[in-house]
Design a binder for this molecule. Structure first.
Ligand code: ZN
Ligand code: ZN
Length: 126
């Protein structure tokens, strides 16, 4: 159902470990997390880069910075982080990794509650 392994079977013989430099905080990030999961965002600040075309598939030439805007719960109780490209506004969702910065995850998750779009005082009279 959620397997996308079939596409890249030919080039998958060696898990190529490479690094990228975080576009936001400058950290050098390994593209494979400790537990072998492929990661596409920085574990420290959770920013990503728009290098994959998530609509058409394949590579994207946008290369815009993707900021974490929300955290969502997947059906399987897995946490997903929602990224939005600051350049073309594309939204993506990615699994979080075990070593992702939990402080940033929590801050992203509670942001709508911490900065409500309407005054919460109005609930006081209910
Ligand atoms: Zn970073
Ligand atoms: Zn983009």
């Amino acid at each position: 159902m959620s397997s996308n392994k079939s596409r890249s079977s030919a080039s998958n013989n060696a898990l190529k470990i490479s690094t990228f430099t975080c576009t936001w905080c400058g950290l050098t990030v390994s593209t494979v997390a400790r537990d072998g999961v492929r990661r596409n965002h920085c574990p420290s600040c959770l920013h990503s880069q728009h290098v994959l075309d998530h609509v058409e598939g394949g590579a994207s030439d946008c290369h815009g910075r993707m900021a974490p805007i929300a955290v969502a719960m997947h059906r399987t109780d897995e946490w997903m982080v929602i990224h939005r490209c600051m350049r073309c506004d594309e939204l993506t969702s990615n699994h979080i990794c075990a070593d992702d910065n939990q402080l940033i995850l929590m801050r992203t998750a509670v942001r709508p509650l911490a900065q409500p779009p309407f005054p919460l005082e109005s609930f006081g009279g209910l």
